[in-house]
Design a protein around this ligand. Structure first.
Ligand SMILES: NC(=O)C1=CN([C@@H]2O[C@H](COP(=O)(O)OP(=O)(O)OC[C@H]3O[C@@H](n4cnc5c(N)ncnc54)[C@H](O)[C@@H]3O)[C@@H](O)[C@H]2O)C=CC1
Ligand SMILES: O=C(O)CCC(=O)C(=O)O
Length: 445
């Protein structure tokens, strides 16, 4: 494989999908040498088959708003690769959603799911519908209309969606209810369900907790403790909330969080009580993070500003893709950051990654660090199949073990000659090898 050539070809075929090309470029850049050690891969044109999704489903979603107006949105499911298990990955509802973004997310998900050690393929779906500002009734009607199209393409052994940006417990429950209505079947077809109807304990917490467990592993390679460290978090949704919770439990101080309008900086740190307020504000009232600053009298920076210029030891981006650019990365390094671990998917631009790696700080990509969410989704699937529920402690222990295993794999494949652990390389090679070997074994199709 000549990675540069493959990427140029993909750019020509998919000229309007920059996020997808960005994700592919990062992986191919890491695996090129290892790939070329196996001439059989090239003979089977493995790389093209691995980069291009198995299937892309797209459909119109028509629903009626509270004023009786008929609305239309686009719906998609990208089923990227199922050699390791049923397609698995979240659903995103956000106005920015387009096919290129979902293709990048489904591509990443394939490697991430491979890293979890569980039998799951990679997929992602979503719509350009935004739940923001919509009533519960509107969200329910939209979810039902979306599922009316999607249900034909999913199933507990076929494709198991879950949440992502704009899709939390409320949306998963509406989609699950409608799937059941359409198919007359109760099955573990979605994960992230409510605890009363087959959801797993720790699934809401899993992505944030998992990222902090991974961070602890990274810090321990340098003999550093998380306790006492100051942390920047971005976002204030599911991943951010449970990242903050675990940091607090482990004695770190989180001083920022954000939404798409701006960020708050609380030099005293976000306490348990303040985090409860954020959870209520974001999950129930669906308000803006600016209200935190008004309530607690701390700094708020609007205009879509991001928290990366504030001084801290650690940064945990937990909002969205490309939220740390080169300038932000330089500011973080100049302020003495020692570790960056990604709760979000691809939040760091390629230029910014280079800044972190050149500075030899600890830096882990989302496909490794945020894999705890989908890992516990995999555990939810197992519990549904067994018709059993495991305890909080059992699931947390398994999550911990999975994050440790992912870290070990990154160290195994990513340690460079000078001892620096290149987590990007490690995660990409470890995730790739398993998928590639399974593809080779399963023949050409
Ligand atoms: N929910 C999960 O289990 C997993 C989520 N992720 C990733 O974590 C990130 C956050 O997802 P969730 O917390 O689940 O979503 P969420 O919808 O609960 O929260 C998203 C947060 O990001 C902010 N945000 C969204 N778009 C933004 C933008 N353009 N600029 C600034 N802020 C923006 C929102 O205001 C919100 O605070 C995403 O990248 C997602 O793909 C990754 C693994 C699993
Ligand atoms: O839990 C899942 O299946 C999806 C999680 C997800 O979308 C992600 O890892 O980015």
């Amino acid at each position: 494989m000549n990675a540069k050539q493959v990427i140029e070809d993909l750019e020509k075929r998919f000229p309007n999908e920059p996020a997808y090309i960005q994700a592919v470029s990062q992986v191919l850049g890491s695996i090129e040498d290892v790939y070329n050690e196996y001439p059989a891969f090239e003979k089977m044109n493995l790389i093209e088959r691995l980069c291009i999704p198995d299937r892309v489903i797209s459909f119109r979603v028509t629903w009626v708003d509270d004023r009786g107006n008929v609305q239309t949105n686009m719906g998609y499911r990208v089923q990227h690769n199922n050699v390791l298990g049923p397609y698995k990955g979240g659903i995103r509802f956000h106005e920015s959603v387009n096919l290129g973004i979902l293709k990048f997310l489904a591509f990443e998900q394939t490697f991430k799911n491979s890293l979890t050690t569980l039998p799951m393929g990679g997929a992602k779906g979503g719509s350009d519908f935004s739940p923001r500002g919509k009533s519960n009734a509107e969200v329910m009607r939209f979810c039902q209309a979306f599922m009316s199209e999607l249900y034909r393409h999913i199933g507990p052994d076929e494709d198991v969606p879950a949440g992502d940006i704009g899709v939390g417990g409320r949306e998963v429950a509406y989609m699950f209810g409608w799937y059941k209505k359409l198919t007359h079947q109760w099955s573990g077809v979605l994960t992230g369900k409510g605890l009363e109807f087959g959801g797993s304990l720790i699934r809401p917490e899993a992505t944030g907790y998992g990222n902090v467990y991974f961070l602890q592993n990274m810090l321990s390679t340098r003999g550093i403790e998380l306790a006492g460290k100051t942390v920047l978090v971005s976002g204030s949704g599911n991943v951010a909330q449970y990242t903050i919770e675990k940091c607090l439990e482990l004695g770190a101080k989180v001083v920022t969080c954000s939404d798409s309008d701006g960020y708050i900086y609380d030099p005293d740190g976000i306490t348990r009580e303040k985090l409860d307020y954020i959870m209520e504000l974001k999950n129930e009232e669906r308000g803006r993070i600016r209200e935190y600053a008004e309530k607690y009298g701390c700094k708020y920076v609007g205009g879509g500003a991001k928290p990366w210029t504030e001084k801290a030891d650690i940064a945990l981006p937990s909002a969205t893709q490309n939220e740390i650019n080169e300038e932000a990365a330089k500011a973080l390094v100049a302020n003495g950051v020692i570790a960056v671990s990604e709760g979000a998917n691809m939040p760091t631009t390629p230029e910014a990654i280079k800044v972190f790696q050149d500075a030899k700080i600890l830096y882990s990509p989302g496909k490794a660090a945020n894999a705890g969410g989908v890992a516990v989704s995999g555990l939810e699937m197992s519990q549904n199949s067994e018709r059993l529920s495991w305890t909080r402690e059992e699931v947390d222990q398994m999550l911990h073990r999975i994050m440790n295993d992912i870290h070990d794999n990154c160290v195994k494949y990513g340690t460079e000659e000078d001892g620096y652990i290149n987590y990007v390389k490690g995660a990409n090679i470890a995730g790739f090898l398993k998928v590639a070997k399974a593809m080779m074994a399963q023949g050409i199709y």
